[in-house]
Ligand binder design. Structure first.
Ligand SMILES: Nc1nc2c(ncn2[C@@H]2O[C@H](COP(=O)(O)OP(=O)(O)O)[C@@H](O)[C@H]2O)c(=O)[nH]1
Ligand SMILES: *[C@@H]1O[C@H](CO)[C@@H](O)[C@H](O)[C@H]1NC(C)=O
Ligand SMILES: *[C@@H]1O[C@H](CO)[C@@H](O)[C@H](O)[C@H]1NC(C)=O
Ligand SMILES: [Mg+2]
Length: 430
């Protein structure tokens, strides 16, 4: 007994002492410049930022399809509840983030980040948002659209709104865009999944992965929340950015008339798309009017279009033009593929679908490679070739990890096809 209460006493003393130390550290470590910046009105800088994040433009489109018109808990009252809950934490106040990281000059493009995610992806997408913000968006404050086949929960909205510097929007996906179309034979689709499960094909037995790929192929750009934008940048959970981004990628796209862009390219896993090229050829025959005169067919095929070489741009990173995806050419392509059923009878990914579309429907000059955006999505890294670039942009990727010039990348092909000079030093990385 005596020994037990002695231990309890020690715990209490330790806790009190520890709390005192933490209090001392937290109060004494506020830099003096930060204290000077605390507005005397008692308003904190995050009151302003959370006002921005509470919801998107009050637009009737937000109410459609169960998308959350107001991301703040007090629905319909923009600017309200988020800031109230953000009471100053025990003497820790935000420094004036706008002063530390002032808005970049120049006009913003009509653009947004877009993320498809589940509530359970919260902490993985939080990492991605933080990196995108630190490396770029904290000076640009572009909006961020989150889409989900289920309603986002309050925690997801609270955390992501706090991390994003622009307005955040949360939307639900209509059921018909996340389910089997009427013409799909469910028994046949089930047999395919069972077969792919036995053959251990990645995501081969997953229904939700197929809905995801179909949604990213044909619907995300038509969601009501996306209609108000012209350009998008897709961000997935657990991606990394290794360099500062000094040039607004949306601006690069717009000013140079680019419609689609990539940082990594590779060969697709053929088991997932055995008949995708047959469907593509059918489309090309039916719609020759949609093929761009100066297209990149040679990126996709080594024999003038007879067979597909499996090259595709990796679509977990994309900066692209939404109006192009909403064009008749793209929609006709998607609908033609969708009717053929390969999203369910095989496991067509949105990466080859977007890539084939970009290569056939766009002129070569409309597809852009962002060398200066250093990026990682498991298991591949794009680390910019060129020592100068990496130092100037304060990159922290290891150039030896760069995938661009390795044998399984298609990026060399893209350079050759477009007669672009490869960055100096590429030969050392082959
Ligand atoms: N809402 C929702 N998002 C999903 C689902 N499955 C995947 N995603 C999202 O779709 C994207 C691709 O999924 P991911 O698991 O990263 O696939 P991978 O990159 O091909 O391995 C990510 O942004 C995921 O958060 C799902 O069932 N529901
Ligand atoms: C942004 O682009 C969308 C789609 O093209 C368009 O409908 C909208 O009017 C544009 N908004 C502004 C402010 O230009
Ligand atoms: C591609 O370029 C040609 C001229 O070479 C032009 O007529 C055509 O409109 C362009 N197509 C697209 C999709 O931009
Ligand atoms: Mg992913």
């Amino acid at each position: 007994m005596a020994a037990g209460s002695g231990r309890i006493l020690r715990y209490i003393l330790f806790a009190v002492f520890g709390t005192a130390i933490i209090y001392f550290i937290s109060t004494s470590s506020i830099p003096s410049y930060a204290q000077q910046q605390i507005p005397s009105t008692g308003k904190f800088t995050w009151d302003r930022t959370s006002t921005q994040t509470s919801d998107g433009k009050p637009n009737s489109a937000h109410d459609a399809l169960g998308s959350e018109a107001s991301s703040s808990p007090a629905s319909g009252v923009p600017a309200a509840s988020n800031s109230q809950s953000a009471a100053p934490l025990n003497g820790i106040t935000t420094t004036e983030s706008a002063l530390l990281s002032p808005p970049a000059p120049g006009e913003r493009v009509n653009a947004t980040f877009v993320t498809l995610a589940r509530n359970s992806d919260l902490w993985e997408i939080a990492r991605s948002i933080r990196q995108v913000e630190d490396r770029f968006n904290r000076n640009y404050n572009y909006d961020w659209v989150f889409l989900n086949d289920k309603p986002f929960d309050e925690t997801f909205k609270k955390v992501t709104s706090a991390l994003a510097s622009g307005k955040t929007h949360y939307g639900e996906i209509p059921t018909e865009q996340w389910s089997f179309p009427s013409w799909i034979d469910q028994k046949k689709a089930e047999a395919v999944r069972e077969d792919m499960r036995r053959r251990k094909i990645i995501y081969g037995d997953s229904i939700s992965y197929r809905h995801m790929c179909r949604f990213e192929s044909g619907f995300f750009f038509r969601h009501p929340l996306m209609l108000q934008f012209e350009y998008y940048w897709r961000v997935e959970p657990s991606v990394e950015l290794f360099c500062d981004i000094h040039q607004d990628p949306f601006r690069v796209m717009k000013d140079n008339n680019k419609k689609y862009s990539f940082v990594l390219s590779l060969y697709e896993y053929v088991e997932t798309i055995p008949t995708l090229w047959d469907s593509t050829k059918k489309f090309m025959k039916a719609h020759p009017e949609h093929l761009a005169p100066d297209n990149s067919l040679a990126f996709l095929s080594d024999d003038g279009g007879e067979t597909y070489n499996k090259c595709h741009f990796w679509s977990n990173f994309e900066v692209g033009n939404l109006d192009w995806l909403r064009s008749k050419a793209y929609i006709d392509f998607f609908e033609s593929l969708d009717k053929d059923g390969g999203f369910f009878y095989e496991r067509w990914g949105d990466a080859p679908v977007h890539s084939i579309a970009a290569s056939l429907l766009l002129n070569k000059s409309e597809i852009h490679f962002f060398n200066e955006i250093a990026y990682y999505h498991i298991p591949f890294t794009h680390c910019p070739t060129g020592d100068d670039v990496r130092l100037k942009l304060r990159c922290h990727c290891n150039p030896a990890d760069n995938f661009d010039w390795k044998g399984y990348s298609c990026t060399s092909r893209y350079f050759d096809l477009n007669q672009l000079a490869k960055p100096e030093g590429w030969m050392d990385q082959v």
